[in-house]
Design a binder for this molecule. Structure first.
Ligand code: SAH
Length: 213
């Protein structure tokens, strides 16, 4: 065991304590953040920074979100174990692993082939059998497994893709950053009540663009 390994637990506990102090209280979310080895989702040269509260590069011009934002978005989904969750923007697979650790059935879509392949292999190696990875454009969602009790989008479109609203279950929660291609976006929580969609502003965020081509 090197020095890094012996200190990993302390760093991870400090990360969770910080998230808690910033207001995330869902015990299922906090327990998952305590369990998932975030350092296995970042590039080897960034391992020592894996538990800092900031986003990190995962290559291909993409980023793994800051842990607090991952925790906040996950809490806002208001999930129960066994729920089906759709994620658009698999990236490193960290967010998907958090959801899987919480006992969800996770369906995740990524448009960069290499990321999709690397991440699918990583999640398999880590034993997350309840994550299903798909390569493609997430604009259309993944209708075959809908409706979803939760949908989380980790790249920012300029508008909410209508297929995602259609695939949300009654009472389901959608968490999505929406805004201009350059600059900050607004994080929205959308709750479905029949044909009505209640929208709650969760504040300003900075995500990579949602690519729709
Ligand atoms: N949730 C990820 C971070 C995602 S970064 C994690 O935990 O690591 C955003 C990801 O969204 C990138 O990998 C990007 O390629 C992907 N993305 C952007 N637009 C997309 C689209 N239309 N469909 C699917 N994935 C998309």
């Amino acid at each position: 065991m090197d020095d890094f390994d012996t200190r990993t637990e302390d760093r991870q506990a400090a990360m969770v304590a910080l998230i808690r102090s910033r207001g995330v209280r869902d015990p299922l979310v906090l327990a998952a953040m305590e369990q998932v080895p975030r350092h296995k989702f970042v590039a080897p040269e960034q391992r020592s920074q894996a538990y800092g509260d900031y986003p990190l590069s995962i290559g291909h011009c993409q980023t793994i979100s800051q842990p607090y934002i991952v925790a906040l978005m996950t809490q806002m989904l208001s999930l129960k174990p066994g729920n089906r969750v759709l994620e658009i923007g698999t990236g490193s697979g960290y967010q998907a692993a958090i959801l899987a650790e919480m006992g969800m059935e996770v369906y995740t879509v990524e448009r960069i082939a290499m990321l999709h392949e690397e991440t699918q292999a990583r999640l398999q190696e880590l034993g997350y059998t309840n994550v299903h990875c798909r390569f493609g454009n997430g604009y259309a969602g993944w209708p075959e497994h809908s409706p979803y009790q939760g949908i989380i989008v980790t790249a920012a479109p300029t508008q909410i893709p209508p297929p995602l609203m259609e695939q949300l279950d009654e009472g389901g929660h959608l968490v999505i950053p929406v805004g201009p291609l350059h600059g900050y976006q607004t994080l929205w929580l959308v709750i479905r009540h029949g044909d009505q969609f209640e929208k709650i502003d969760l504040g300003g965020v900075a995500f990579v663009p949602f690519v729709h081509k």
